[in-house]
Design a protein around this ligand. Sequence first.
Ligand code: SF4
Length: 229
Amino acid sequence: MFQAGAREAPELLPISMLNALVYCPRRFFYEYAQGEMLVNEHVLAGKVQHERVDAGGLRAAAPGLALRRVYLFSQRLRLAGLADMVEVTAASGDAPPEPRQVTRQADDDEAALDPQAEIVPVEYKKGSAQGGRLNDQVQLCAQGLCLEEQTGRVVAGGYVFSFRTMHRAWVPFTPDLRRQTEEAVARAFALLQRGVLPPPLPASEAKKCRDCSLEPLCLPDEVRALQRN
Ligand code: SF4
């Protein structure tokens, strides 16, 4: 049974919604099923910082290419969305590809066709240091799974770039992270199918609520208090 105003389960789920789901299932349901978006200082700062990334485009980065705002999808996982950046680099063995400076505008995509090239998604985040939290890593891994399905190549990992530190951290797509990512997809569709707003996070995770733009709508403290009575 769907609540009033809730959307039906989609054919393809936006990849970014996996981030919301892992952060908080209630936030996911508000944002995706009910279309609720509130802007706080964290959301606004993230939007401003993303403006350059969101401009899109293709650039050469020796040795390789950096493509901004790349559309990704997976028929198997029923996912679709945009990667902030996908880098196509020369193979570098077991070590993560070295960060490089984007230097000049590309006029062809030869590097993208290199059979030895490595494909690396990069996700830009406002404050995620050390590779981000699990919600960021699941979003990034979902991009990797889409890229694997679209290209037929193994995507070993990706980067979470932090606007706060201006550094990026390598996130390997381990079997465990891949499993958690696929479980998040299954949970998202199950929640949408059920159509019921999940309860707030437990008090032990209340710190997340302090950073959540939906706190004034969600009223987690009040709902928890009512649940206790
Ligand atoms: S305020 Fe807390 S419980 Fe409510 S949506 Fe945000 S993170 Fe989830």
